[in-house]
Design a protein around this ligand. Structure first.
Ligand code: ATP
Ligand code: MG
Length: 171
């Protein structure tokens, strides 16, 4: 059985890691889809599709899930009514989708695909929005992502990038 987990992973954090550990108890293989893969260098989407792919593979190695996972980027198509077909044309076949995102849940249900929700893990702090805010304010963020992800973000100058692109020309 193959499960699919989709997110933007801006950045990949310990909430995502907890969800994947749980999914791995239910399916043999996991397809992890990086949504809005074309986006980067914005306050909402600081990291490229490729950078997010590297983050996720590094984090999967930490919990021994790299062998049973496929990570793949997916561009937006700006047309929700055919988005599930778009997804299906780009990724390996899957039996069940894991998501808590209301739009994803709705589109998958419309297409007759089984959806499973996962519990939310410490959602206040394990949240992409929260972590990007902490990073852009140069406050403590590294403890909210796997150690390998924090190291990768430092290696690519991710913190400096996020701080720089969060400024306006009036600053
Ligand atoms: P953002 O605030 O940028 O939307 P996010 O933390 O919601 O970031 P996503 O990449 O949007 O991260 O999330 C992918 C999937 O993981 C979604 O289904 C989301 O609901 C789920 N998710 C995110 N954080 C957690 C968490 N702490 N516990 C469980 N599921 C989570
Ligand atoms: Mg989200």
């Amino acid at each position: 059985m193959r499960g699919l987990y989709i997110g933007r992973f801006q950045p990949y954090h310990l909430g995502h890691q907890a969800v994947l550990k749980k999914i791995a108890q239910e399916v043999e293989e996991i397809v992890i889809v990086i949504g809005s893969a074309q986006e980067s260098h914005t306050p909402e989407n600081p990291f490229t599709g490729g950078e997010r792919m590297e983050m996720i593979y590094a984090a999967l190695s930490e919990i021994d899930l790299r062998e049973c996972s496929i990570v793949t980027p997916l561009q937006d198509i700006q047309r929700n009514s055919v988005w599930v077909s778009h997804l299906r044309s780009m990724v390996p076949r899957f039996d069940v989708v894991y998501s808590n995102n209301p739009l994803v849940v709705q589109l998958m249900s419309d297409a007759g695909i089984e959806i499973r929700r996962s519990p939310m893990y410490q959602r206040e702090q394990y949240s992409g929005t929260t972590i990007r805010k902490l990073m852009s304010e140069n406050r403590e963020w590294a403890g909210l992502v796997p150690a390998s992800v924090a190291a990768f973000i430092r290696e690519i100058g991710g913190l400096e990038r996020l701080i720089a692109i969060s400024k306006s020309d009036r600053d």
